[in-house]
Design a protein around this ligand. Sequence first.
Ligand SMILES: Cc1ncc(COP(=O)(O)O)c(C=O)c1O
Length: 345
Amino acid sequence: MSFINLFRKKNRKLLFTTPSHSQKFCIVNKFRHFYSCDISETDAHNPETILEEAQKKAANIYGVNQTLFLTNGSSSGVITGVLATTKRDEQVLIWSNAHRCHKNAVELAGATPIYYDLPIIEEWGIPDKVTIEVLEPLLSQNKIKTVLITSPSYYGIVSNVKEIKELCNKYNAYLIVDEAHGALYPFSEELPESATKHADITVQSLHKTAGGLNPTALIHSNLSYDIKPYFDKITTTSPSYPLLASIEATINYLNSKRGKYKIAQLISIIKEIRKDCQNIKFYGDDITKILIKKEGISGDELSNILFNKYNIEDEITNNISTMLLTGIGTSKEKLNKLKKALLKL
Ligand SMILES: Cc1ncc(COP(=O)(O)O)c(C=O)c1O
């Protein structure tokens, strides 16, 4: 049984259970399909076993020891990771400008944050990758239990996770990689290598680039112990079944021939855009994050022109460059419109 099968009409029971909308009543009619899938863990079919099996299958696909489905975003994955690796008063090395869930995770674990800064790539106005040069001085001066890095960065800058893991091993520290923006990596040779191959814990948002519903995400662990008890400390006992189904279906799709083809197609179209738009400068380690700048205008001006003249909204902009995020759902038509606009600039 899979989550999708669970929702098929023939498998439905008369539920005298929570949730109270009984898969029918809906306040907002537009959500009626969503309501019909919204069951809870107390009904028949033993969905807890389904979840366990689906997570084991996912761990196999990702080649890790354990995968947990997150229905509360990568934020909950980062918090789970820190709780699973760090005890009260131990030290965690975190980036001073990281997503706020990193600091929250350290605070919730009762641990002590030790901050590192990253140099700025001046020509692009974005933070550079995490390196041994940045981390080692702090590892050698402190008693760091866990190192937390973000790779790829929001702008698509990827760190050498293998090298950083070796450094962590030298100092007996765990490595957690926030790969929230890299959920497609395990499914394409043309994208950077996924941290799942090296890190103790990797967290990925499926909703950001991989087509999952908001805020679906995954935590992958290569630790030898079960991290679920730590996840249980911060999560609801009534997970959303539509979201769990979205996670299962998304992973199956990414891992399918069709899904991999879709990623390859996305990459190939962006390669063509990069080749054809000689008037624009491109940068970054992850081709799906289209980081661009145009000589003579600022990133903010570029962003405004794209928005006001061509109806194109970017993901993030700084005073030098702007980034257009793509993902598995970005159509060829949409990319062609972007290419036309870029060529006209
Ligand atoms: C680098 C990074 N990590 C973690 C998060 C949190 O992800 P989520 O929204 O899935 O909780 C974000 C969200 O923007 C992010 O950019």
